[in-house]
Design a protein. Structure first.
Lengths: 225, 222
């Protein structure tokens, strides 16, 4: 399938931004998924609800929230602009932020299932063999939860690639700057560039199909353990 | 080996475990019907389970004291624990399982990797996937892994359950000479009189969480 040079740039930018967002949310997602899977603590229900919120809120509503929050007059946006000279809104960073927030729930939910599937008896055995908590986590818990975690990574990445509503609000659709696959498809349809739209559509289907399929396979294996 | 258990209380669903006992025999069987609290007792000793009240010491070292709100962390107890169910790490090979708790006793020939794998006849399994092991192989590797961590006390929870008679006898003879070979004291949980008689010098009989008798297994169980 041949794409125009401009279209290749969009594909590369989308995949890079989504990969970055997935890498950024991974440690945070694991740090939240693990206590959600294991412990009871005050405020757990609240955290569960907050984490799930981007999944059920209209993406545009989440985008508007991010716009207010990261805008130059927003609490975090103001801080970043004043202290570090970094602007988020209407830059490539906003694409990453929107993708991260929108795909976060999928990562956490899947990683949580992964952690829940780990036989805690094996962690106890590791401790009787002299392992510290950190060693138990990295040599027993994490590897045994890995299928759920990998499935979550794949799903989160795919969700990030498909992100539209929040992105268009917080990042706009600036050619060669913030235009992603989804935004370009929308734009092409609007302008009647049907051939471009369908080419990119096919590409989206391939990426999404592969990601969800991989995630399903990994999830099934995780449950078979 | 001296294991002191004072005023141990742990309420279970049907009854409460209530024990006050000193165990100082290097090969002791905890004998009783299933559901009599044997496994819970081992879990408390290993630190996997908290009693309601207790003061437990091994060779003078405090393991647990509810009065002082103290519980020695599991990893500092140096207790080898082989539970009844499969306990090997499924994502490691047999070799990596064995070496997980090994302190690398280069100078200790008795507790060396080679000696232990030879004694338990698991040398040929080292590169196998754990999930491909039979039950008997699984249990021998689990015992080997526990031994390699140089435990001060080895807890074996019905390790022969689910094995056929012939294999049972083979492993029984290994366990019988295990203390003599490695010097590791054993606390052996079973509901089979023959196992207790063959492996242990003393039996503590438990029913519904309480000791009903203790003594020479050959006299009490034969």
């Amino acid at each position: 399938m041949l794409l125009a040079p401009g279209e290749w740039q969009i594909v590369r930018f989308t995949l890079a931004a989504c990969a970055l967002s997935t890498v950024l949310i991974l440690p945070v997602g694991l740090a939240i998924a693990w206590p959600l899977a294991r412990h009871r603590w005050p405020g757990k229900l609240l955290v569960e609800t907050l984490v799930t919120l981007p999944l059920v809120l209209p993406p545009v509503a989440t985008g508007l929230l991010l716009l207010k929050f990261f805008g130059r007059r927003g609490p975090l946006g103001n801080f970043l602009h004043q202290q570090l000279g970094i602007d988020i809104v209407f830059t490539w960073r906003a694409v990453v932020v929107a993708a991260a927030v929108m795909s976060f729930p999928l990562l956490v939910r899947s990683a949580r299932v992964g952690f829940q599937s780990v036989n805690q008896r094996l962690e106890q055995i590791a401790r009787t063999l002299g392992a510290s908590n950190a060693r138990v986590f990295f040599t027993v818990t994490l590897p045994l939860a890995s299928r759920g975690i990998v499935a979550g990574i794949v799903l989160a990445f795919a969700r990030a690639v498909g992100e539209f509503g929040a992105t268009i609000l917080v990042a706009g659709n600036i050619p060669r700057k913030t235009t992603t696959l989804s935004l370009e498809i929308f734009e092409s349809v609007q302008l009647g560039h049907d051939a471009t739209a369908y080419r990119l559509l096919l590409l989206c289907i391939v990426i999404a199909f592969g990601a969800v399929w991989l995630s399903e396979v990994l999830m099934k294996r995780s449950q078979l353990r | 080996m001296k294991l002191e258990i004072r005023q141990l209380v742990l309420p279970l669903e049907q009854f409460a475990i209530e024990l006050d006992v000193d165990l100082d025999n290097a090969r002791t069987a905890i004998f009783g019907p299933s559901g009599s609290g044997k496994t819970s007792l081992l879990e408390i000793i290993a630190g996997l389970r908290r009693p309601q009240t207790a003061e437990i010491r091994l060779d003078g070292q405090l393991f647990e004291s509810t009065a002082q709100s103290y519980s020695l962390p599991i990893r500092s107890r140096r207790i080898g624990y082989v539970p009844q169910d499969d306990s090997l790490f499924p994502h490691f090979s047999v070799r990596r399982n064995l070496l997980y708790g090994s302190k690398g006793h280069a100078n200790d020939r008795v507790l060396s990797f080679d000696h232990i794998t030879e004694f338990l006849e698991i040398g040929s399994l080292l590169h196998r996937d754990v999930r491909s092991l039979s039950r008997g192989e699984n249990q021998r590797v689990a015992v080997g892994r526990a031994l390699l961590s140089a435990p001060r006390l080895l807890l074996l929870d019905e390790p022969l359950t689910g094995l056929d008679a012939k294999l049972k006898q083979t492993i029984l003879s290994k366990l019988q000479s295990l203390h003599g070979e490695f010097g590791t004291p054993i606390l052996y949980v079973t509901h089979d009189p023959a196992e207790a008689i063959q492996i242990c010098d003393e039996v503590v009989m438990i029913e519904s969480g309480r000791i009903i008798r203790r003594g020479d297994p050959r006299k009490l169980l034969a």
